[in-house]
Write a protein that binds this ligand. Structure first.
Ligand code: B4P
Length: 191
């Protein structure tokens, strides 16, 4: 079983690339952002709890996020592997994920970051905001808050996975197709 974390700043293309990785390597794709947005649309209890955090570009509290992620893995445990998109985003989430996977005899094989500078990310997110109505993509202050959340709470995970010899980075600039090919080239050396 091959389990990947796709990692990077908001808008770096995690969700975009996860679709291609899922198909090529037959992985089950779990996007915590998509799960939250589905719950918000359906107005579930979880959605109501998460809505304000997403709207402001804040991270949803770990307790809520970790439980949701574990339930999603357990509901799909016969998958050939997982691609975790947008999770973990805090040290607590990363430590919990390792412990949880170990308890079901699984582990993370690789964490792959998409490296893109913030100026380009702001352009991408504002562009998406024009077409998809995502409240967190509409406003530059919210986008900057998402970068701040990444820089203060998420970027430390580079060191966490590097210490386990599981951290890899790919240039996330260029066409979607070029980046997909870079990811395939890397993953083919890891499998
Ligand atoms: P996510 O849904 O994970 O949102 P994201 O970081 O903005 O998206 P991603 O990096 O996947 O970008 P995408 O491919 O879509 O999180 C949203 C919110 O949910 C968080 O702020 C937080 O509140 C909450 N949340 C989620 N997970 C959490 C967790 N674990 N803990 C706590 N809270 C959590 O690409 C962005 C845009 O760029 C798209 O429009 C795409 O078309 C475009 N694009 C992609 N690749 C491109 C390329 N090569 N060139 C040009 N444009 C490109």
């Amino acid at each position: 079983m091959f389990n990947i974390v796709i990692f990077g700043k908001p808008g770096s293309g995690k969700g975009t690339q996860a679709i291609y990785l899922k198909d090529k390597y037959d992985l089950y794709h779990i996007s915590t952002g998509d799960l939250f947005r589905k719950n918000i649309t359906k107005k579930t209890g979880l959605g109501l709890e998460a809505k304000n955090y997403l709207d402001n570009g804040d991270l949803v509290p770990d307790t809520v996020t970790i439980k949701m992620l574990e339930n999603e893995v357990l509901s799909n445990k016969h998958a050939k592997g997982f691609i975790f998109d947008g999770f973990p985003r805090t040290l607590k989430q990363a430590e919990s994920l390792d412990l949880f996977l170990e308890s079901i005899n699984l582990r993370i094989n690789a964490t792959i970051a998409l490296d893109v500078n913030e100026d380009e990310l702001i352009d991408r997110l504002l562009e998406r905001g024009k077409i998809n109505n995502r409240s967190d993509d509409q406003d530059i202050e919210k986008i900057k808050n998402r970068f701040n959340e990444y820089n203060t709470k998420t970027s430390i995970l580079i060191n966490f996975y590097d210490k386990q010899d599981k951290f890899f980075s790919v240039d996330g600039k260029g066409s979607v197709n070029d980046i997909t090919l870079r990811l395939f080239d890397l993953i083919d050396t890891l499998i």
